[in-house]
Design a protein around this ligand. Sequence first.
Ligand code: FMN
Length: 142
Amino acid sequence: MSVTGPMPMHLSKPLTFFVYRSRKLCGPNAVDDLVARSARNNRAAGVTGLLVHDPVHFLQFLEGPMDAVGAAVLRIAASDLHADMTVLACEPTDMRLFSDWSLRGVSLEGRGETIADIAGSLDLADPEGCIRRLRFYALSVA
Ligand SMILES: Cc1cc2nc3c(=O)[nH]c(=O)nc-3n(C[C@H](O)[C@H](O)[C@H](O)COP(=O)(O)O)c2cc1C
């Protein structure tokens, strides 16, 4: 059978790419534990992602089926290990950046750049530019 005609957006881009920044309320030992527990949840749900952290903030990238990403975001928002979640990107996508990692944790310590620097460099009036910059940044730190 052949299928012709344009693919509707929600079928050609079945994945959601979600990025937020939050203020960290926990120390390094809690982060390791958090990454291990979150990675277990993500593996079961088909979610992949990256959790960047410095002493002050988290910056998390998640990708997966919309429902699974939505459920993870609810768990994330319920945690008192952080506060003040700011969504930086939420868009349909057709490819994963982190297909090898259910959740990779990256500390920015010693790298000379902070999450505040990255978030401050985004032009929120230009969502496509933000997403390009976030994707590029994620691949460069991962
Ligand atoms: C910075 C941060 C990132 C998190 N990332 C994820 C995630 O990627 N997937 C997920 O399911 N939960 C995530 N969570 C939620 C934690 O995994 C949740 O607090 C933990 O699973 C609750 O513990 P429990 O699962 O043992 O009840 C995150 C929480 C925080 C604070």
